[in-house]
Design a binder for this molecule. Structure first.
Ligand SMILES: [Zn+2]
Length: 208
């Protein structure tokens, strides 16, 4: 649709459109590009998934789900809630397999021992430490890379010594993970990308 003052001769409009055609074409392409990117990211059925910083191709098939030989197997899904459920099961299983063992290893290394390690579905935080030094990690942490996962684990272990975010706390975190700011940035980017996933539509934040 073209808006023009009443009485504008048609040839003026056509000439103007011809002049602007290239700009309009360019602009349309830019908008289409952006729509395509958002649609791809929001796709109900992801074609690949990140796990500990590695992107795995996804195959939807009958049979046992899980990760085998570099491929993520998901059950056949029909709707977005089906996908969300299958992904939560997949990441929860992976989190239970990986996070407690990794946490105990780092606990040994830094001599900071949690009383309990649990996996939860927290959206608001990647990990937390209770007053009784029980650690909780969100299964969503499995979407991050290994270095960022180690940072979150060390962050929570550091809370065993300092139950606050004081200068001494950050000093300890810095001794454990000298590059922790890069991990914080990675987690922030991950939060933003998760915002566009239909199966994980609520953003996380790196608190805790
Ligand atoms: Zn904290």
């Amino acid at each position: 649709m073209v808006r023009a003052p009443k009485g504008t001769p048609a040839w003026t409009i056509e000439e103007l459109l011809a002049q602007r055609a290239q700009w309009i074409y360019h602009h349309q392409n830019k908008v289409l590009d952006r729509c395509r990117r958002v649609a791809e990211a929001r796709s109900t059925f992801p074609l690949s998934l990140p796990l500990l910083g590695v992107e795995y191709p996804v195959v939807y098939a009958h049979g046992p789900g899980g990760v085998r030989e570099g491929i993520v197997y998901l059950p056949p899904c029909r709707t977005a809630p089906d996908v969300a459920k299958a992904l939560e099961q997949l990441y929860r299983a992976q989190a239970k397999e990986y996070l407690p063992g990794r946490t105990l290893r780092l606990a040994e290394k830094y001599q900071l021992y949690p009383t309990r390690i649990q996996i939860n579905g927290a959206r608001g935080r990647w990990g937390s430490c209770s007053g009784k030094n029980s650690l909780n990690f969100s299964w969503r942490l499995m979407l991050a890379d290994v270095s960022a996962v180690d940072y979150v684990i060390c962050h929570e272990l550091a809370h065993i010594k300092h139950h606050n975010h004081s200068q001494s706390f950050w000093q300890l975190v810095g001794e454990m993970r000298p590059d922790y700011q890069a991990s914080q940035n990675h987690l922030k980017e991950l939060e933003q990308s998760l915002f566009y996933q239909s199966w994980c539509s609520e953003p996380l934040n790196s608190k805790g």
